[in-house]
Write a protein that binds this ligand. Structure first.
Ligand code: SF4
Ligand code: SF4
Length: 368
């Protein structure tokens, strides 16, 4: 019960921060190192093509300075590449936790390819740092054959599954620690959600369903795939909608905490986004409540738009200076004027929902 109350309090805190115009969430790509070869994302190519770039990633002391100078984040998402390929990932979490006294949600998506290593790091985070909600998601894009095909490597399904098993065990001992899986839906794997759930049931992992995230594969800056035409193929929307509706049924039947309500709203609006871009349905928090930082300290409005709003190395690691600068404020005004065609990526959709609870409830359930 205390987790549910904590979560509710966190959502209220986020909503108030948004009213005050504070940046409350960051998506920080801690590395672009990646040991997969995914079909819908090109991050794995970054260091294959330019290995020397890996040396430019922010080091821990620089990261510490960033979060000491801007310490008002309530929600931090550490993404990548594969975040667990950063040997100092736990130190990064630790400096963020020490600096941001209001930190309430930490989420880390992983491909789950290093089961025992990830379990050890997750244990350190759960045991040593008392962050109110730690949420780890492991990617699963279908059953074994589909997942390995999507991820471009032969044996990653079994590793991802082992990681889920291990993290699931860990979550039984730490009530603030939740594990889920993330299904990235694209024209390459549409129709694979049912077989995936059937497999998870076979392995006795039925309760993971309530924490499943369906992400529509997007083209965008973080994914280094802006020219990937296959993802813009709209012919798969009917099949995709069927998969989303399937998950919605199970989410609706287990509406028991604030997070499940947010997920339900997210899925309702995802369905709408599939049939037509969701532009203007909800005010977007990019460059007002949230932003994206890449591994080299460049600040973007969100994970999709490829527009650098400032560089942390050039501003003495002070995000406040970037927030006040012209580029940032003018992007914020453009977003208010509806410049963007819209996206419905969970990294941005979830904070937008939490920041506008009544409006999103109204839009999702009473219709627009
Ligand atoms: S989706 Fe994740 S695992 Fe796949 S290439 Fe992109 S960063 Fe790597
Ligand atoms: S709607 Fe917002 S989060 Fe999505 S691409 Fe546009 S600016 Fe980025």
């Amino acid at each position: 019960m205390s987790e549910k109350i904590n979560l509710l309090k966190t959502f209220v805190k986020i909503s108030l921060a948004n009213v005050k115009g504070l940046l409350f969430k960051v998506d920080f790509a801690v590395t672009y190192k990646c040991n997969h070869r995914c079909r819908m994302c090109n991050v794995w190519r970054v260091y294959l093509e330019k290995p020397e770039k890996a040396k430019d990633e922010l080091i821990i002391d620089e990261i510490k300075r960033v979060f000491q100078k801007y310490n008002r984040f309530i929600w931090v998402s550490l993404t990548g590449g594969e975040p667990f390929l950063r040997p100092d990932l736990v130190d990064i979490v630790s400096v963020i936790h020490e600096s941001c006294k209001e930190l309430s949600i930490l989420n880390i998506p992983t491909s789950g390819s290093l089961p025992s290593y990830i379990e050890r790091r997750a244990y350190e985070i759960a045991e040593d740092l008392k962050i109110p909600l730690v949420y780890l998601t492991v990617s699963l894009d279908g059953d074994e054959v589909t997942h390995n095909f999507m991820r471009g490597i032969d044996d990653v399904w079994s590793k991802a599954l082992e990681t889920i098993f291990r993290l699931h065990q860990l979550s039984l001992s730490y009530p603030n620690f939740t594990v889920g899986f993330e299904y990235t839906l694209s024209p390459f794997n549409v129709g694979s959600f049912g077989p995936l759930l059937a497999k998870l049931r076979e392995y006795g992992l039925t309760d993971l369903e309530k924490n499943a995230i369906v992400t529509l594969a997007h083209t965008g800056n973080l994914y280094h795939n802006t020219r990937m035409r296959a993802l813009n193929d709209n012919n798969y929307t009917l099949k995709a909608a069927k998969e989303i509706k399937y998950l919605m049924k199970s989410v609706r039947s287990s509406l028991s905490d604030p997070f499940s309500i947010v997920r339900c709203i997210y899925l309702e609006l995802l369905l709408r986004h599939l049939s037509r871009p969701i532009k203007g349905v909800l005010p977007c928090t990019a460059a007002s409540g949230s932003c994206f930082i890449d591994p080299y300290g460049r600040v973007y409005p969100c994970i999709i738009v490829d527009e650098i709003l400032g560089g942390l190395r050039e501003t003495d690691y002070d995000l406040n200076k970037i927030i006040k600068a012209n580029k940032f404020t003018s992007f914020r005004s453009r977003i208010k004027k509806d410049f963007c065609t819209g996206c419905w990526s969970p990294c941005e959709a979830y904070p937008s929902i939490v920041a506008h609870p009544l409006l999103s409830f109204y839009k999702a359930f009473l219709g627009v």
